[in-house]
Design a binder for this molecule. Structure first.
Ligand code: KIV
Length: 269
């Protein structure tokens, strides 16, 4: 248990890849969830822009703002003692110019106390990745299905199935490493492409729907806990059915109140 409590850093994540020790990662958006994940021994917590879909009820991740991300990331950072905390940079906050990217990433670091930021994309974001890492901001890349580009893709289908798209993903991963990224998320790409990327770079790859050949795995916590059930991608394994348990618990409470069973004498003063 001793070594399991040691603070996770970018260096520790790199060492885990070198030692072929799998990296575990989940998303969190608030203090309570972050505490539970951290106490359970997760290595990396992403304050994902998936907050838009699973918490805010949006259809895509596009509408979430930097201020909202800073709010959620701040709640998470305050809770976490061991895991490495990464904050997602929302749509357009790193694409307009490298200076704007630096300013916005700086806000996530200073106002929300995240330890790194995540940026989606390959070639078009390399200058920003360089600018941020030069300024001391660790950057996690994100390739494959990049949800902020959903209106460009038009569909959530698997990326990198064609030879040219697969080659582009491998090349983008190499470029992200050269630009200074400390890790890269690979989302919804074929397992063999993810394995090729994982062998091609010395930084850790963290897969979601990218097979078992990645250096680590990430899932949206609300998906794997069975809390968010509006749709269920094939890559999600559910470790609990909390939505069902919550409904059952609330129905029990309603019926106890309606029948006068709650509160009883022990629960009253
Ligand atoms: O926002 C998010 O939750 C993510 C993960 C799916 C990697 O980017």
């Amino acid at each position: 248990m001793g070594s399991r409590r040691k603070k996770i850093t970018t260096e520790a994540l790199r060492a885990m890849k070198a030692a072929e020790q799998k990296i575990t990662a989940l998303t969190a958006y608030d203090h309570l969830f972050a505490t539970l994940l951290d106490e359970s021994g997760i290595d990396l917590i992403l304050v994902g822009d998936s907050v838009a879909t699973v918490v805010q009820g949006e259809d895509t991740t596009v509408p979430v703002t930097l201020d909202q991300m800073i709010y959620h990331a701040g709640l998470v950072s305050r809770a976490v003692k061991r895991a490495f905390v990464v904050g997602d940079m929302p749509f357009l906050t790193y694409r307009v110019s490298t200076e704007e990217a630096l300013h916005n990433a700086g806000r996530l670091m200073q106002d929300a106390r995240v330890e790194a930021v995540k940026i989606e994309g390959g070639q078009p974001v390399l200058d920003s990745v360089r600018r941020l890492t030069d300024a001391g901001i660790p950057v996690m890349g994100h390739l494959g299905l990049t949800p902020q580009s959903i209106h460009n893709f038009g569909t959530y289908k698997v990326r990198g199935e064609s030879e040219s798209e697969a080659e582009q993903i491998v090349e983008d991963a190499r470029c992200l490493e050269q630009a200074g990224a400390f890790a890269v998320v690979l989302e919804k790409i074929p397992s063999d492409v993810a394995e090729t990327v994982t062998k091609a770079v010395s930084i850790p790859t963290v897969g979601i729907g990218a097979g078992s050949g990645c250096d680590g795995q990430i899932l949206v916590s609300y998906d794997m806990l069975g809390l968010f059930t509006r749709f269920r991608p094939r890559f999600v394994r559910r470790y609990a059915e909390l939505a069902e348990q919550i409904r059952t618990a609330v129905q029990g409470y309603c019926s106890d109140v309606r029948e006068g069973d709650f509160p009883n004498a022990d629960e009253s003063y």
